[in-house]
Design a protein around this ligand. Structure first.
Ligand SMILES: C[S@@+](CC[C@H](N)C(=O)[O-])C[C@H]1O[C@@H](n2cnc3c(N)ncnc32)[C@H](O)[C@@H]1O
Length: 294
């Protein structure tokens, strides 16, 4: 497991001018700082917002996903479900209300607190662990393990494989894995976005007045998109750099990776609602079954 995850880099304005023109994939940080307490609190607001589908989808869409998972994937039967990167429990809490026993793992402190509150208020069969899914003990005996909304692609290839192997071990015999991943083209498009910026009194990266400059890159050899964020504090002029990377895979690469990790019956679906859904065109859903020892 790599030790770099969210890597905050403090800089001066001059360092922006002298920055490395093109970053080496994963070298400037892997993810936006989901697990930073302040960031996670601000991100929770975005997860719960019904104005956009940025951190989590709107509830209306999640309800469609839940109906498909419960009915079409799980045949309306109560099961034991593991949700990796569960965020504030928007999927687990709904699945628990339908009779499933759920375990959610996420390293965002604010999201896990919110998920635990939901479970307590509604007396749900949900257990939440605030841990890094690269290192966490997943437990065992699950009928379904899931990792949705493209988060799989934000792990380096070695960590992604590790997560698949851990999920394989955690599943019961014939248990299934549901991955909602980015299409290759969608990741490439992230890397090809033009430079952009915005100024705000308060936002996701800081609750102080700041300017956010964003640069995107596509590495054609490693098939990785990097997004770099420079946060310029409006009061001090100090600069903080964040970076996030997204790994692209072709469908054949997804299939081979899953088979190498011990999964069979690999089936691709167009969306988490089962059918074609234009709002999901950046993602594809893969369901596969535990075959044998990984
Ligand atoms: C795009 S959000 C999706 C949240 C949730 N699955 C949903 O759709 O509502 C990705 C989630 O993955 C979590 N995450 C990212 N990397 C993680 C890691 N290494 N360990 C645990 N959680 C992680 C983030 O904290 C965040 O809650």
């Amino acid at each position: 497991m790599s030790s770099i995850n969210s890597m905050v880099c403090k800089m001066d304005l001059i360092d922006i001018i002298h920055r490395q023109a093109v970053p080496i994939p994963w070298s400037e940080g892997e993810k936006i700082p989901w697990n930073d307490p302040g960031f996670s609190q601000r991100m929770l607001f975005e997860h719960l917002s019904q104005e956009h589908d940025a951190a989590s989808r709107r509830i209306e869409t999640i309800n469609r996903h839940i109906a498909w998972i419960h009915h079409s994937v799980l045949s309306d039967r109560p099961t034991k479900i593991l949700d990796l990167g569960c965020g504030p429990g928007l999927y687990t809490s709904r699945l628990a209300k339908l009779g499933h026993e759920c375990v959610g793992i996420d390293f965002s402190p604010a999201s896990i607190s919110h998920a635990r509150e939901l479970a307590q208020v509604d007396k749900l069969q949900c257990t939440y662990l605030q841990q890094d899914i690269r290192a966490a003990d997943y437990g065992h005996g699950y009928d379904l393990a899931m990792l949705v909304f493209g988060e799989f692609n934000t792990f380096r290839r070695t960590d992604a494989r590790l997560i698949l192997e851990k999920a394989h071990q955690a599943l019961a015999e014939n248990g299934r894995l549901l991955l909602e991943v980015h299409t290759y083209i969608a990741v490439q498009a992230i890397g090809m976005q033009p430079v952009s910026w915005y100024a705000t009194e308060s936002g996701l990266f800081s609750d102080r007045p700041h300017i956010c400059l964003t640069e995107n890159f596509w590495d054609d050899e490693q098939n990785v998109a990097t997004v770099r964020y420079f946060i310029l504090d409006g009061l001090t002029g100090g600069v903080t750099r964040h970076a996030g990377c997204t790994q692209a895979y072709t469908n054949e690469q997804y299939r081979s990776l899953l088979e190498e990790c011990g999964f069979g019956n690999v089936i691709f679906h167009t969306s988490l609602s089962g059918g074609i859904d234009e709002s999901h065109s950046d993602h594809i859903v893969i369901i596969c079954q535990k075959r044998g020892a990984a």
